[in-house]
Design a protein around this ligand. Structure first.
Ligand SMILES: [Zn+2]
Length: 419
C-alpha cells in the first residue's frame, strides 16, 4: 500500500518535474554588446496544469502577424506583432557586424511579408525566415549605434528600437512615415494627450541623497533643476507642472507616486544626481522602468529606492504580467530616448558630456506611477569636476534647459502623432 502510493507520488513528481523543465523560460544568449543593452528575454508563458496541450500547441509556429515601424527623432522603432509570446535568442556576428535575433518556432504572416517590401522599411533591419519555423531579425550594427529589444505582452509583441548612426542620413524621415503608418501606436495611444507634467526632485528634508566632497547635497541640486525646469515648461510649452516637493521637505517614494497618480500626470520626470565609488566616473544617464540593464543600473535603483539589491531585483518580477505597465514602458522608452538625445546635444555645446545612454532599472517611483516616466541622473556628485559644475547656477540652468528640450521634443512628437 505504502509502496504503491510512494510510486504514484514519485512518478507524479517525475512528470511534474519534467514539465517544469520543459516550461522553463528559455535563456537568451549573451553577447559582446556593451552593458547598456537591455538583455531582456522572452519567456514562454504556459500553465503547468495544461502542460500537455500547451506543449502540443507550442510546437505550432507562432505567427508574426504584422510589422509596424516608425522613425522618431533620433531613433526608429520596429514592432513585431505576435500571435502569442515567443522565445528568442540574440547573438552578435562579425563581417558584417550585426546582431541576430532569432525567434524560435515562429513564421512570418502575410501582412508581415508585405511590410518587408515597403520602401520605407528601415534599411538597418533585415527580417528573414530561413525555414518554416524560425524568423531572424538582423540588425546592421554598421548603421546602428544603439538598440533595445523589449518583449511586451497583451498584445504579445517584440519592440525593436534602433538608433541609426549619425552618418546614416537616409533613414526615413519622421514626417513621411508618420502619415503612412496610421496603425502604429495602438499601445501608446492612451498616452498621447499631455496636459500635466509631474516633476520629481529627488530626496529632500532628512534625506540629503548623495553628498559630494565639497558638501553639495543631491536634494538641493535636484530641487533647483526641477524649479527651473518647471518655469521653462510653463512659460514655453504652456503645460501644467506639479512638483512632488517644492521645498526642502522629506517626501517618501510612495507619496511621490501617489501624488503623480492623484493629479493625473501625463508625464513623470524624476531628477537625481548620481554617485559612484570611482571618482573619475562622470556623465549622464536616463532611465526608464524595467529589469535592470546591467549590475550598475541595479545599484543605482537600489540606492534611489533605499532598498537592498535583493529586494530591488524582486520588485521587477511583479511587472511581467501587468499590461498597463507594458504600455507605459513603451511610451517611457520613447521619452527616455528623446530626452537623452536632446540633453546630450544641448549640453555638448558647453561641456564634454559622457553619455551613458538610456538605461533600464526598477525604480520605485517609475514603477508605481501610472504615466510614462523617466529618471534622469544628471551628473555624478562623486566626480570633483561635475560637483564643481553643479555648484554653479549657469550649469543648473543649462541642465534644466537640456531636459526641457527633450520634453518639448517628446511632447511635440506625440501630439503630432495623435492628430
Ligand atoms: Zn537620488
Amino acid at each position: 500500500m505504502m509502496r504503491g502510493l510512494r510510486q504514484v507520488i514519485l512518478s507524479f513528481l517525475a512528470i511534474f518535474g519534467l514539465s517544469l523543465a520543459v516550461l522553463c523560460p528559455l535563456p537568451s544568449l549573451a553577447d559582446n554588446a556593451p552593458a547598456l543593452r537591455q538583455d531582456t528575454q522572452a519567456k514562454v508563458y504556459l500553465v503547468s496544469r495544461k502542460a500537455r496541450t500547451s506543449i502540443k500547441k507550442a510546437t505550432k509556429p507562432v505567427l508574426v502577424k504584422n510589422l509596424r515601424f516608425r522613425a522618431y527623432p533620433g531613433y526608429t522603432r520596429l514592432v513585431l506583432d505576435l500571435q502569442r509570446s515567443v522565445a528568442f535568442t540574440k547573438s552578435r556576428k562579425k563581417n558584417p557586424d550585426r546582431i541576430l535575433v532569432s525567434l524560435r518556432n515562429a513564421r512570418l504572416g502575410r501582412n508581415a511579408r508585405a511590410k518587408l517590401r515597403d520602401k520605407e522599411f528601415p534599411r538597418e533591419i533585415a527580417i528573414t525566415q530561413p525555414n518554416a519555423h524560425s524568423v531572424t531579425v538582423s540588425l546592421d550594427m554598421e548603421r546602428i549605434s544603439d538598440y533595445k529589444l523589449l518583449p511586451l505582452r497583451r498584445p504579445d509583441r517584440l519592440v525593436v528600437d534602433i538608433v541609426p548612426r549619425a552618418s546614416a542620413k537616409h533613414a526615413p524621415r519622421p514626417k513621411a512615415s508618420a502619415t503612412k503608418l496610421t496603425s502604429f501606436g495602438a499601445a501608446g495611444r492612451s498616452f498621447r494627450t499631455i496636459k500635466t507634467i509631474i516633476l520629481d526632485p529627488g530626496h529632500g528634508g532628512k534625506d540629503p541623497g548623495a553628498i559630494g566632497r565639497r558638501g553639495s547635497r543631491e536634494k538641493d541640486i535636484t530641487l533647483k533643476v526641477a524649479r527651473r525646469l518647471r518655469d521653462l515648461i510653463v512659460q514655453r510649452l504652456g503645460k501644467k507642472v506639479l512638483l512632488t516637493r517644492n521645498r526642502d521637505t522629506f517626501v517618501d517614494l510612495e507619496a511621490r507616486a501617489n501624488f503623480a497618480n492623484k493629479h493625473r500626470g501625463d508625464l513623470f520626470v524624476s531628477i537625481h544626481v548620481n554617485s559612484h565609488p570611482r571618482r573619475s566616473t562622470r556623465g549622464l544617464e536616463v532611465y526608464h522602468f524595467g529589469k535592470a540593464s546591467d549590475p550598475e543600473a541595479l545599484q543605482v535603483a537600489a540606492r534611489e529606492n533605499g532598498t537592498p539589491i535583493e529586494n530591488t531585483v524582486v520588485s521587477w518580477q511583479y511587472l511581467v504580467a501587468d499590461m498597463l505597465t507594458d504600455k507605459k514602458i513603451e511610451a517611457s522608452l520613447d521619452l527616455a530616448w528623446t530626452t537623452r538625445k536632446a540633453m546630450i546635444a544641448r549640453l555638448n555645446r558647453h561641456y564634454n558630456v559622457v553619455d551613458h545612454g538610456v538605461k533600464t532599472a526598477p525604480f520605485y517611483v517609475l514603477k508605481y506611477t501610472t504615466m510614462p516616466g523617466i529618471l534622469a541622473e544628471i551628473a555624478f556628485i562623486s566626480n570633483p569636476a561635475e560637483e564643481r559644475m553643479m555648484r554653479t547656477n549657469t550649469y543648473l540652468a543649462r541642465m534644466a534647459l537640456a531636459i526641457f528640450e527633450g520634453l518639448k521634443t517628446y511632447v511635440n512628437t506625440v501630439q503630432t502623432a495623435a492628430r
